[in-house]
Design a binder for this molecule. Structure first.
Ligand code: LM2
Ligand code: CA
Length: 484
């Protein structure tokens, strides 16, 4: 369950938060496929409770009312079409699977597909679920439970959300049927929402009953779904992520927390020389790494002080480090702009999501940030694809916040997070020749729209990163996007 089954040469997925299926299909064909992205985490595709009383917040999608594939992102036909078109474009789809719970208790009780529920009776007829399918006696998780009481974290309600009992054969079968239906439609795997709130033994049974990936969508025969379990473990809790790594991959929340600290200059970049398990991170193959996710970018979930698109220069620095560094499987965030942390995606008065528009410079409009379309970010996806599994070598630092390193003889990257300039002759490990920096610009014919770097026969090059440059990163590699 730890292999994302990306198409050959791809390495990186992006969370297209709250995007519509038709827009994702188009994005696979016009941008993500051609640019070498490996996959997409989509928002939950199953029917959720409509919450008009809170102006349709983004988090209504974390309140399932059935497993019908009807949401603000689209219906089952649109979902099916998206998965097929993205797989054809070489881009895999990973589903955010909400299997710990159903809805909370609200006055409204209609779902995005028209299903209803009777919360007081724990009744969800569109599944159907009833009282016996939920944990009993009823209880709600309190802050202290995370320190004392694993059983309460697993068997009580998270934020008042009706807590399914994955220990019963019936509930397991509903969840397995839902996930297998998605596998048959061609998805490559799942994010397991709130995995900490479910028993590892129950999850193992569920995972083992999942079908192999659909060979009609280009997966090798016998391929298991990629599973990354959302477990927030920053230490000090009764439940450890080590209970989940024997099952499948785990979200690495320490990754973005520590890199956010460093790139905000609350720690020196030079300490990153042993970034990886030396920092207490998960083993590389167990780790789904990211800087921000949909929760911590708005102060929900773990952390606080996580870099986001709002601190763009530091954020692009941290993202570039993640994509240049060999540890783990990286995931990018692609956001809609927000100030109110509850607000849902751009929508019209009827609650329909407004599609991102694409500007002439390839950036997005209509309220969508589309970090994945920022040159500094998509160029580093190509960098990572190019350097592959090569080793990190030739670490250099200035004893503070200037660092550089090579990836085999395929890539070189430098960072300047000081308030003074970096100007050094450094070992790049690349073959002699001319290269375009893929951060400050792109290659255009035989020229660079940004910085041009000349690597000598000894592999060394003069590297300049001004403190006031637009970006704090410089990256060159042996691929066609960079080599002249
Ligand atoms: C997750 N991971 O474990 C998601 O990443 C996270 O976004 C989800 O919380 C959470 N688990 C449940 O799937 C979000 C949001 C919560 C929100 C829930 C449910 O962060 O604030 O809770 O979704 O929509 C909301 C209200 C809360 C209320 C609850 C139940 O904010 O006040 O609790 O609904 O109605 C009474
Ligand atoms: Ca639970």
């Amino acid at each position: 369950y730890k292999n994302p089954h990306y198409a050959a040469g791809r390495t990186t997925m992006v969370h297209l938060f709250e995007w519509k299926w038709d827009d994702i299909a188009a994005e696979c064909e016009r941008f993500l496929g051609p640019r070498g992205f490996g996959g997409i985490q989509i928002s939950p595709p199953n029917e959720n409770l409509i919450i008009w009383s809170r102006q349709r917040p983004w988090w209504e999608r974390y309140q399932p009312i059935s497993y019908r594939l009807v949401t603000r992102s689209g219906n089952e036909a649109q979902f099916t079409n998206m998965v097929r078109r993205c797989n054809t474009a070489g881009v895999r789809i990973y589903v955010d699977a909400i299997i710990n719970h159903m809805t909370g208790t609200w006055n409204e009780n209609t779902g995005t597909g028209g299903s209803t529920a009777n919360f007081g009776q724990w009744s969800y007829p569109a599944v159907p679920y009833g009282r016996n399918d939920f944990n009993f006696p009823h209880c709600v998780i309190s802050a202290n439970d995370y320190r004392c009481c694993p059983d309460r974290v697993r068997n009580c309600e998270l934020s008042g959300l009706k807590d399914l009992n994955q220990g019963t054969a019936y509930v397991r079968t509903q969840l397995v049927n839902y996930m297998n239906r998605l596998i048959s439609l061609g998805v490559a795997g799942f994010r397991i929402d709130a995995a900490k709130h479910m028993w590892p033994g129950d999850l193992r049974v569920i995972y083992d009953r999942l079908n192999n990936l659909n060979t009609a969508h280009g997966f090798p025969s016998g391929a298991r779904p990629y599973i990354y379990q959302e477990v927030i473990d920053l230490g000090g809790e009764a439940i450890s992520r080590n209970e989940y790594t024997p099952l499948a991959a785990v979200t690495e929340f320490k990754y973005g927390m520590e890199l956010s600290r460093a790139f905000q200059r609350n720690n020196q970049l030079r300490w990153l020389h042993n970034w990886g398990v030396g920092w207490g991170l998960l083993a590389s193959n167990d780790a789904l790494n990211f800087i921000d996710n949909h929760d911590n970018q708005r102060g929900h979930g773990a952390g606080g002080n996580i870099l986001t698109y709002k601190q763009a220069k530091q954020y692009k620095g941290a993202i570039a480090f993640m994509l240049a560094h060999p540890h783990g499987w990286p995931q990018l965030m692609s956001s809609f702009a927000f100030t109110n942390t509850e607000a849902g995606p751009p929508m019209d008065n009827s609650g329909n999501i407004i599609s991102p528009s694409i500007n002439s410079d390839q950036s997005c409009g209509n309220g969508w940030v589309c970090e994945h379309r920022w040159r500094q970010i998509f160029s580093m996806v190509a960098f990572r694809n190019r350097v592959g599994n090569t080793a990190l070598t030739n670490w250099w630092d200035n004893g503070g916040n200037q660092i550089a390193f090579c990836r085999g003889n395929q890539g070189f990257v430098a960072f300047n997070n000081e308030i003074w300039n970096l100007s050094q002759t450094l070992q790049t490990c690349l073959p002699a020749g001319n290269y375009c920096d893929v951060i400050s610009g792109t290659k255009s014919g035989n020229n660079c729209t940004g910085k041009r770097i000349t690597v000598g026969s000894d592999g060394r090059a003069s590297i300049v990163l001004g403190a006031n440059d637009y970006d704090m990163v410089l990256a060159i590699h042996a691929g066609p996007e960079s080599r002249l």
